[in-house]
Design a protein around this ligand. Structure first.
Ligand code: SPV
Ligand code: MG
Length: 539
């Protein structure tokens, strides 16, 4: 049902209805959540929340801007306290047009003069509008509305200005005849006698609305029995906010600490809930392409690096500085350069220096007796979607990662086809690829055949750099392979990542795409590497 129709029903149904004040998007949402069927967009509260007086100091378009937030934040009807309509009949026409565009269900206008003053401030000194002029404004509004259920409530300030019952009834009747959907009869007394007298004498051509701010102690049944249709709780959400804002601000100023206040205020996550954070998270899953920044990077950095001698007495291999910066730090910066924030490092030997980098870490306490797979599984909570698994002691040119991230294959590894380390004394992750590296072979779909440090150099197409990229699907395949290996091999935790990749290919679980680089990377295994790295522009 339209909001306009719902507001009209609140006014016309036999049982009494309530509107509760709110003054911005957040308070409007809170009022809706509390169960109210409609909102009073109070001029007093709106202006106060903007830090100005209830004297039309906020322009009508500024009020409209706030209303738009309130309307967007809620689904229940809003009745705007439209003061005097912000001008003459012509301003009223434009107001109605703009309110309908913003899904505001109705407007209440009062028979005072622009700029108005709040009814509770020197009420008797406030001149009332000319009746005919005010009726023209109501008519202009009714003629402008496109939605037949949009409500125009006419408010008489006859009691406020001290004119008494006869004037109040005369005005109300004229406004009803001009087309008003309801009459708001306002009183500043602390007893309800004026509005009850009015209700007794009213012909009920249209419903009565009241605002019992001053006669608040009157039980609601009294109003029900008097035939009142709609009660407005006009400013209590703002007043509650002021009470708490003043209390908390004073306390914070005095105490100079948050410790005592924390439990008295809503947790930050309640703010997020009210803002609808959960919906955005769902929508992101639906609409946002998975970007590099959503990929999880897991860096394996548990090993000691025995071949680096005393350099790793007090730190793991990945923390050995190259040109003054630990190789791991350079690696992390490489990922950051690509907008990747979610990075975890698996530590083992001497984890403290790594932790001091401020990066998220996981520990493989059994690093000395297990393999890379055990380290990876220490971070298994991060292996749920797209991921990059990287050795912790490597450095590479920026384009290597750019190209890897662009790969669409479920599993992609980076292989150096230059053969730069072939013939060295080191244990190399030698790779056999479906085809050898071809400098101009941009459109060749290279596939992994096997990674095996023990293969004859003559059979090797290159060396694995220590980088794997997995898409969502690739991670699922990788985890499935781990599961199968676990069943097959009691010592599976001693396996390396290369063993899993070879298993994936050889068991037919999936192809593994190979992305060639030609040099442009290095790893840090022994002192010879270190000497070379220190003279290298990659670092
Ligand atoms: C408002 O809420 O702004 C009103 C009601 O107009 S009163 O403040 O009682 O005049
Ligand atoms: Mg007002």
């Amino acid at each position: 049902m339209n909001r306009t129709t719902r507001l009209k029903n609140l006014l016309t149904r036999p049982e009494i209805s309530f509107l509760c004040e709110s003054h911005n998007g957040l308070s409007a949402k809170i009022v809706e959540e509390a169960g109210f069927e409609g909102i009073w967009a109070s001029g007093l509260s709106l202006s106060a929340a903007l830090g100005v007086r209830d004297n039309n100091e906020a322009s009508w378009t500024q009020v409209l801007d706030v209303l738009e937030f309130m309307s967007d934040a809620t689904s229940i009807p809003i009745l705007l306290d439209g003061d005097t309509g912000y001008g003459n009949f012509n301003n009223m026409r434009r107001l109605v047009q703009k309110l309908e565009q913003r899904n505001v269900a109705g407007v209440c206008i009062e028979d005072k003069l622009f700029p108005k003053t709040n009814s509770f401030i020197r009420g008797e000194a406030q001149p009332l509008a000319d009746i005919d002029e005010f009726c023209g404004k109501i008519k202009a509004g009714k003629d402008t509305q496109r939605d037949q259920d949009f409500c125009i409530v006419a408010r008489t300030e006859a009691f406020i200005a001290g004119w008494g019952l006869t004037e109040a009834l005369k005005r109300a009747d004229a406004y009803y005849k001009a087309g008003a959907d309801a009459i708001l009869v306002h009183s500043k007394r602390n007893t309800p006698d004026e509005v009850l007298q009015f209700a007794r004498e009213w012909h009920f051509g249209c419903p009565i609305v009241i605002v019992p701010t001053m006669y608040y102690s009157t039980p609601t049944e009294v109003f029900e029995q008097a035939g009142i249709s709609l009660i407005i709780w006009a400013n209590h959400i703002l007043r509650a906010a002021i009470t708490n804002m003043q209390r908390v601000a004073r306390r914070l100023h005095q105490d100079r600490t948050l410790v005592d206040i924390e439990e008295e205020v809503v947790p930050v996550k309640e703010i997020f809930r009210l803002q609808g954070e959960a919906e955005l998270a769902q929508a992101e899953k639906r609409y946002l392409p998975k970007s590099d920044s959503r990929i999880e990077v897991i860096v394996l950095a548990a090993s000691k690096g025995t071949r680096l001698g005393t350099l790793t007495d007090d730190r793991p291999k990945c923390m050995v500085p190259v040109q003054g910066v630990p190789v791991l730090q350079t690696l992390l910066e490489r990922f950051h350069d690509h907008g990747i924030k979610s990075i975890s490092v698996v530590t083992g030997y001497k984890p403290q220096p790594v932790k001091e980098l401020g990066v998220n870490t996981f520990d493989n306490p059994d690093w000395a007796t297990t393999g890379e797979l055990a380290s990876l599984l220490a971070a298994s909570s991060k292996l749920a979607g797209a991921a990059i698994i990287s050795y912790g002691d490597i450095a590479f040119r920026k384009y290597v990662l750019t190209n890897l991230l662009a790969s669409m294959a479920p599993i992609t590894i980076v292989v150096d086809g230059s053969g730069k380390n072939f013939g060295s004394h080191k244990a190399l992750d030698l790779v056999e690829v479906s085809q050898p590296y071809q400098p101009s072979g941009y459109d060749i779909a290279y596939k992994l055949v096997r990674i095996d440090p023990g293969m004859p150099i003559a059979e090797a197409s290159g060396e694995w750099v220590g980088l794997v990229k997995l898409t969502d699907q690739g991670t699922a395949i990788f985890l499935e392979a781990v599961e199968l290996l676990k069943r097959k091999d009691r010592d599976y935790l001693k396996l390396g990542i290369a063993d899993v990749l070879t298993f994936i290919v050889q068991s037919g679980l999936s192809e593994v795409a190979v992305q060639y680089t030609h040099g442009d990377w290095l790893d840090l295994d022994d002192l010879q590497d270190l000497v070379e790295a220190r003279g290298h522009e990659i670092c």
